[in-house]
Design a protein around this ligand. Sequence first.
Ligand code: SF4
Ligand code: SF4
Length: 409
Amino acid sequence: MTSTLSRPAQPAPVGRLVDQFERGLDAPICLTWELTYACNLACVHCLSSSGKRDPRELSTQQCKAIIDELQRMQVFYVNIGGGEPTVRSDFWELVDYATSHQVGVKFSTNGLRITPDVAQRLAASDYVDVQISLDGATAEVNDAVRGPGSFDMAVRALENLHEAGFQDAKISVVVTRENVSQLDEFKALADRYGATLRITRLRPSGRGADVWDDLHPLPSQQRELYDWLVANGNGVLTGDSFFHLSAYGEALPGLNLCGAGRVVCLIDPVGDVYACPFAIHENFLAGNILSDGGFAEIWKNSDLFTQLREPTGGGACASCNHYDACRGGCMAAKFFTGLPMDGPDPECVQGHGEHLLAGERDKPTANKDHSRGIPLTLMTRVPDSWQPPTAAPSKACDENPLAGFTGAR
Ligand code: SF4
Ligand code: SF4
């Protein structure tokens, strides 16, 4: 990420960068773009309830027009996901188009298309980063969540990338009650393949809402996770995911605030723009790129994003001694568990969330669900002509949205 992204949307007095980020930037630092809702798997915790392709999915030309706009906005890097993005027949064409227009790509995949041949081509590029999803360090734990055969598929992709000489792939793990005891094993797996471990928080979004009660880490495991991050966090990416755990004491690296609509947002497969990848719900819909004047207009001027950039008083958390560290936690986690938005996080380390979860709750129903019953076998092929570009990537928000900004707290 270069310094051009550090310009605040409004003039700000000299102060902490985190305060400027709260007011929003000219362009998002962490932009996630879900290219399709189609997926060959049916993971029980899928945040976008993926499975079936939406017939209104953006066309190749519409996607390229968005990339053009991202280039004009100087968005140097986009996280591409889905669904399984590589099942789009134009996926490699879009990757190529983005990187040749100075928009770096990191894509998340379950490993489906990472054949030895594709791995060779990816290894020739410094502008494309690959993130393989894995939710268990063993097939038993992983496949219970992601489906039979998914562990072997992901490990095969890692092997192919490693053998092709691909540098620094990511292994992306959603931390659950079942795999939190495997953090050392995940790290060893990453080391074995020359990869970097990235762990993120389980959110009750999409199908995750159905399994969150059973899968989210228990309070004792949250402490275990925090201690592990403090001891091992230097070589592990978190996407600023666990800032609610900072209330245990030492702040974890990152912004330690909810970046939704400020530095983070999501473009979905039909061009809808949401405040955050974990908030796919009409309440967090800022607009549609096709019908509301384009991405820049929505990012800069939508009512929702304007509102999210307003200072918040802290609500019920304002009097908490840990508010500076935790800021009341994750907006999406509160919303999808049916807790008040101005109250504590459902996984509040002070135990306030547990108390609220035990009471009456009105959980919102998902208004987008692309789940299907039968796994798809989608056999789109990588065109032989596709060659990855070789310019240098920018991957600043892997670890910390403040990465690269001097003076960050
Ligand atoms: S809603 Fe939660 S996941 Fe989304 S940006 Fe805010 S804190 Fe992060
Ligand atoms: S009460 Fe609120 S601010 Fe305090 S630790 Fe819990 S969620 Fe964080």
